[in-house]
Write a protein that binds this ligand. Structure first.
Ligand code: SF4
Ligand code: SF4
Length: 206
């Protein structure tokens, strides 16, 4: 009897669920809206002068926990400013092992590397997920860039962000308001009297 009740209960639940609106979507024809912080790939960008922003400092290569960034750096004259500076001669990022921690973005001193917000990055071969320097620079204009460049992320993590300016400490404020007390001038001591010459010992005559 209990089996029959359970079966009827399961059938009722199935019938009820059959008329619910679906929670899935027909991907890839239909795509869900991505979260604002969603990010999938990387790009190297140029600075305000149009020069390559990467100075080849290797910070991103050193910090990457998956060790998937490989950079060969060099120094040469900038074609824009004619100043000698560092550049990445070669830059490779292997997405196959990326854990999307964004540390490489956070440590960049020149905001040169950013993540992109492209919805998917399908690939048939592992090599397709290796981002060469040319592909990284292509992504600068070809893909929507994420908001989080290094300077924005550092500002966001600043513990003083949004705090009112600190008030001066009471002791320090009182010291600043109180005029300096004048010390009494010490009276000059009288000059020491010269010592009397020692009298010679009397020698007893025999
Ligand atoms: S986001 Fe990827 S490439 Fe960047 S540091 Fe993390 S693991 Fe390395
Ligand atoms: S991308 Fe940034 S952190 Fe990496 S080498 Fe270039 S300047 Fe340095």
């Amino acid at each position: 009897m209990s089996h029959l009740v359970d079966s009827l209960r399961a059938l009722a639940f199935t019938l009820k669920s059959a008329f619910r609106p679906p929670v899935t979507v027909h991907y890839p024809a239909e795509k869900r809206q991505r979260a604002e912080r969603f990010r999938t790939s990387f790009a190297l960008v140029h600075d305000a002068d149009g020069d390559e922003a990467c100075v080849g400092c290797l910070q991103c290569e050193k910090v990457c926990p998956s060790q998937i960034i490989t950079i060969s750096a060099e120094k040469r004259e900038s074609p824009i400013t004619q100043k000698r500076r560092g550049y990445a001669k070669d830059f490779t990022l292997d997405l196959n092992a990326c854990i999307y921690c964004e540390l490489c973005v956070q440590v960049c001193p020149t905001d040169a590397i950013v993540m992109t917000r492209e919805p998917e990055r399908p690939a048939y071969h592992r090599e397709d997920l290796v981002l060469t320097m040319a592909r990284l620079y292509e992504n600068e204009t070809g893909k929507p860039l994420a908001w989080g460049k290094a300077s924005n992320l550092m500002e966001m993590q600043d513990p003083k962000r949004g705090q009112p300016p600190a008030e001066p400490k009471p002791a320090k404020a009182a010291a600043e308001q109180k005029p300096a007390e004048l010390k009494p001038v010490a009276e000059p001591k009288p000059a020491a009297e010269p010592k009397a010459a020692a009298e010679p010992d009397l020698v007893k005559a025999d």
